[in-house]
Design a binder for this molecule. Structure first.
Ligand SMILES: [Zn+2]
Length: 298
């Protein structure tokens, strides 16, 4: 009896959601600062879009998945500071000139992020007025880049790591600088003695290649579709702004420029302007050309 009831429920659920349109959520539970991957399989729909509801409302178009037939995808970045609760995404599309709306819910849970205290040169914690102006300008310049949406998808194969070495500091660690400045670690640190070769995680266009106050010598790559990766504290930059790079191409040499305690690579990523866990991002980007997990199908 219970089983029959469950089967009926499942049947109803699939009528509501299926009708030639299959939506897949990579995971129903996500940590703050991770990216949600949504896949939409349908052959006869137009203009699939979504809205992330809540305090940081975000409107996105679904993208055509070039690795699969009749499939679209969307990358929904969740802020580090997102509320830890159930969130909702409203999906819409046109089918035979009728507009359909569907709702998906998922939970944002607190990431398993650690906490650490760091001692660095006082001048880098509390910059003087001149440096304050500089950091303000550099922040705006970077944000203007991250917010720019490039329609072309430059990558056509799996993402790789920028280097193969030990991770010395994970993304998301809550940081206290000289007991003064509180923030979180905005990237993943790789062990890298000065002069180690740093490579592009995938194809893209160089949007920034310059020395910055906090990040030191920096390279920002635009992979298209709102996806950016960043490589900081380099001793040498080997690329120029506007240059198109291939996967694994040399971007520069690691170093200890900017606000650092020693040489390493700080690798970070942005999706639609939002800072996200770069390692989780690479993981879900590499799911685009793999078969969907069954348990996540709605
Ligand atoms: Zn770092």
């Amino acid at each position: 009896m219970i089983l029959r009831f469950l089967i009926t429920l499942l049947f109803c659920f699939s009528i509501t959601f299926a009708k030639d349109v299959q939506l897949t959520l990579a995971s129903k539970n996500i940590a703050n600062a991770q990216t949600v991957l949504l896949s939409l399989k349908a052959s006869n729909i137009k203009k699939p879009k979504l809205t992330l509801m809540g305090e940081r409302k975000m409107n996105l178009n679904f993208e055509v998945n070039p690795f699969k037939v009749d499939e679209y995808y969307a990358l929904v970045p969740i802020s580090y500071y997102a509320q830890l609760k159930q969130h909702q995404i409203i999906i819409s599309y046109l089918q035979e000139n009728k507009k359909y709306f569907k709702s998906v819910k998922f939970n944002v849970k607190e990431g398993n992020y650690k906490s650490e205290t760091i001692q660095v040169a006082q001048s880098k914690v509390k910059p003087n007025n001149k440096n304050k102006q500089r950091t303000k300008k550099e922040y705006k310049e970077a944000m203007d880049i991250y917010k720019r949406y490039t329609p072309k998808q430059y990558w056509n194969s799996d993402f790789v790591y920028p280097m193969t070495s030990k991770i010395t500091s994970a993304f998301g660690t809550k940081r206290v600088y000289n007991n003064l400045l509180k923030s979180y670690h905005s990237g993943t640190d790789f062990k890298a003695p000065t002069g180690t070769k740093i490579h592009a995680v995938n194809a893209g266009v160089v949007r920034l290649a310059s020395d910055r106050y906090y990040a030191g010598n920096s390279v920002i790559l635009d992979h298209g579709k709102g996806v950016y990766t960043c490589y900081f504290h380099l001793s040498k930059i080997k690329v120029k702004v506007g240059q198109q790079v291939k996967k694994n191409e040399l971007l520069g040499l690691s170093g200890a420029t900017g606000r650092v305690t020693g040489p390493h690579l700080h690798f970070s990523a942005r999706v639609h302007g939002v800072q996200v866990d770069p390692m989780q991002l690479l993981e879900i980007l590499n799911q685009l050309n793999k078969s969907n997990k069954k348990e996540g199908t709605l």
